[in-house]
Design a protein around this ligand. Structure first.
Ligand SMILES: Cc1cc2nc3c(=O)[nH]c(=O)nc-3n(C[C@H](O)[C@H](O)[C@H](O)COP(=O)(O)OP(=O)(O)OC[C@H]3O[C@@H](n4cnc5c(N)ncnc54)[C@H](O)[C@@H]3O)c2cc1C
Length: 390
């Protein structure tokens, strides 16, 4: 099949006649990998800029291990500044707030707008729950990861000083919520202050995993005395915990939100075609509305093959995005993104034990954790981290 890339050339707003400007918005998994590929094969005549709120990005696959205390923060942190440097790219520390597609400018909160010829979005999702009263003031969303890991570290310090009650409430019992609950259970136990941990889920827990794995994970939750309330709506978060829709209260000094996977709100004002706020892209990862804009990772909606939001798809999209952005800049041919229909989930169970889930396969043990550890460390070895001197 011949794939035709819609040419973004018309109305190019380049800052110079000869140099074109490729702007990457968001230092997510796809863009981090793309920068590595760009380092190996830069494109002459193309200026590359990365926009991200800070120099550092955390690798979500290792966040539960960090929360459990298995990994130091620097081991799970990508130094985007050095990564960009090594690829000959400029890092702009800022947050995109809008796109003027007519003028081909990306607007930044509190900084001058940046002109682009070609734009790629990899800005992930938001787990804030703005509609839940009290969430903003009293709960922590799992994303942004940086804020969450900092809040967790502060809470653990307060826990060992006896300054907070050892009670945690996790909103959402999907895979991320359950894995984090195991991690928190393990860590608080190691700190000598084992916390009561409660998962509250408005629907059915672990709806996305296979039947056998779900049974194993629910059994592990019971064995670790992690409380689970399914089909339970939270009406509000307060300084003392959560209030359920039926008026009952659940005390907690740390409330974590893992349930609200929402698209970044400003995307809906760009005029791009979206699905539930996520940028709809075609097989080439190109926006259906604007050929000068690509999107991938969690912020994209792959309408031709809808998939759950998972880092594995963002990783797989990176070489396709790399090739297709180059094709849009006149080098080579584009290729289609073919996301796999399912993927292997390796879920850590708190200690150095993990469960492997794929289809009807469900096995667990220390060897699964070590397998996952090798994969995750291998992923991180591709990037500069704050602690190393590469
Ligand atoms: C605790 C936890 C564990 C997980 N474990 C796994 C796992 O084991 N396997 C798996 O496949 N998935 C896992 N996931 C899901 C995974 O985190 C996401 O699917 C993955 O991170 C998506 O990557 P991304 O490239 O879309 O963007 P992200 O990794 O979310 O990165 C987005 C980047 O964009 C930046 N950004 C945001 N807004 C702006 C803006 N306006 N302007 C500029 N930059 C912006 C952010 O700061 C961030 O650096 C986990 C999620 C969580 C919360």
């Amino acid at each position: 099949m011949v794939l035709l890339l819609r040419a973004p050339e018309s109305g190019m707003a380049s800052s110079s006649a000869t140099t074109r400007h490729l702007v990457l918005v968001g230092g997510g998994h796809s863009h981090a990998l793309l920068l590595r590929l760009w380092r190996e094969r830069p494109l002459p005549g193309v200026r590359l800029t990365l926009i991200n709120p800070g120099r550092l990005a955390h690798y979500s696959g290792m966040v539960p291990g960090h929360i459990a205390g298995h990994y130091r923060l620097d081991e799970i942190t990508i130094d985007l500044g050095r990564l960009a440097d090594s690829a000959g790219a400029r890092l702009v520390e800022g947050r995109a707030t809008g796109i003027d597609r007519e003028a081909k400018r990306i607007e930044l909160g509190g900084g001058p707008a940046i002109a682009y010829d070609l734009l790629s979005l990899d800005i992930g999702i938001d787990t804030h729950m703005p509609d839940l009263p009290g969430f903003q003031d009293h709960a922590r969303p799992a994303k942004p990861l940086g804020d969450f890991v900092a809040a967790w570290s502060n809470w653990c310090d307060a826990l060992v000083r006896d300054a907070v009650a050892p009670r945690i409430c996790v909103i959402g019992a999907g895979l991320a919520g359950v894995e984090l609950a195991f991690a928190m259970r393990y860590r608080t136990g190691r700190l000598g202050r084992p916390a009561e941990i409660r998962l509250v889920e408005s629907g059915r827990a672990l709806a996305s995993v296979g039947r056998r794995s779900r049974t194993t994970l629910l059994d592990r939750l019971r064995r670790q005395s992690i409380l689970l309330e399914e089909e339970t709506e939270i009406a509000a978060v307060t300084a003392g915990g959560v209030v359920l829709r039926n008026g009952e209260r659940r005390a907690a000094s740390f409330v974590l939100g893992t349930a609200g996977a929402r698209a970044r709100s400003w995307i809906s004002e760009t005029g791009l075609e979206t699905h539930e706020g996520f940028v709809t892209v075609d097989r080439l990862l190109q926006s259906l509305t604007d050929p000068a804009i690509f999107a991938c990772g969690d912020c994209a909606h792959v309408g031709f093959a809808p998939r759950p939001k998972a880092g594995v798809y963002a990783v797989r999209a990176a070489p396709v995005l790399f090739q297709n952005l180059r094709a849009a800049l006149g080098e080579g041919h584009p290729r289609a993104f073919r996301p796999q229909s399912d993927y292997l989930k390796l879920v850590s169970l708190g200690g150095r034990v993990a469960l492997a889930d794929r289809g009807c396969l469900a096995v667990s043990g220390g060897w699964v954790w070590r397998w996952r550890d090798r994969i995750d460390r291998g992923f991180m070895r591709r990037f500069p981290t704050p602690g190393d001197s590469r």
